[in-house]
Design a protein. Structure first.
Length: 196
């Protein structure tokens, strides 16, 4: 069958060398076979659950429906739970590292204490939010849980009123020593963060 396509290809190209046409078609067939093999491997490999699905399930089982967490956990738990758990993304902001809502890609309506509540904080290993900062901001929790690598601190009050005000830095390039700094520069992002 490949020979027939090779002959047709040679005829279409003005009677060129059939051997060259067959080599081209063999190359195309090889590429298609490789793609088919990769597709078969991908289809046969079990997919991992998204990273924070277990956390969303744990929170739901403990009747924790609205809380605070670093950006990645807040966003993925809200999505993984189908919106049954809403989490506001927070991080340490400004020179004094006070806890505030994350200023980018966040639903700021969730930070309004008159319209919403949040009574727990999810802490993950890493520099985002520490237990010390959380206790300094909200006081001692009523309960603290450990689940996998997470620490979940729960209060019997709405935490939103105790967050520092959200801050979005003024637009425009960051200036350092009189020159513009590209936003991809880590120092520029730190400087912008400290404005808030």
């Amino acid at each position: 069958m490949l020979a027939l396509f090779g002959a047709d290809y040679a005829g279409v190209t003005g009677g060129g060398n059939v051997a060259i046409a067959l080599v081209h078609l063999a190359g195309v067939a090889l590429v298609i076979a490789c793609y088919a093999a990769l597709l078969a491997v991908a289809a046969a490999t079990p997919q991992r659950m998204p990273q924070n699905v277990h956390l969303a399930t744990w929170l739901r089982r403990h009747h924790l429906r609205s809380g605070l967490a670093p950006y990645w956990q807040a966003s993925s738990v809200t999505v993984d739970s189908g919106g049954s758990i809403t989490m506001l993304a927070v991080n340490a902001r400004g020179k004094h590292h006070s806890l505030a809502s994350y200023p980018w890609e966040a639903d700021e309506q969730l930070a309004d204490p008159a319209a919403h509540t949040a009574n727990f904080v999810v802490i993950v290993p890493g520099p985002d939010i520490s237990r010390k900062l959380t206790v300094r901001t909200f006081g001692q929790p009523a309960r603290t849980y450990r689940f996998e690598s997470y620490v979940i601190m729960v209060w019997d009050k709405n935490l939103l009123g105790q967050l520092s005000p959200a801050c979005t830095p003024a637009p425009g390039p960051e200036k350092r020593r009189g020159r513009s700094v590209p936003l991809g520069d880590g120092a520029a992002w730190r400087a912008i963060s400290e404005q808030c």
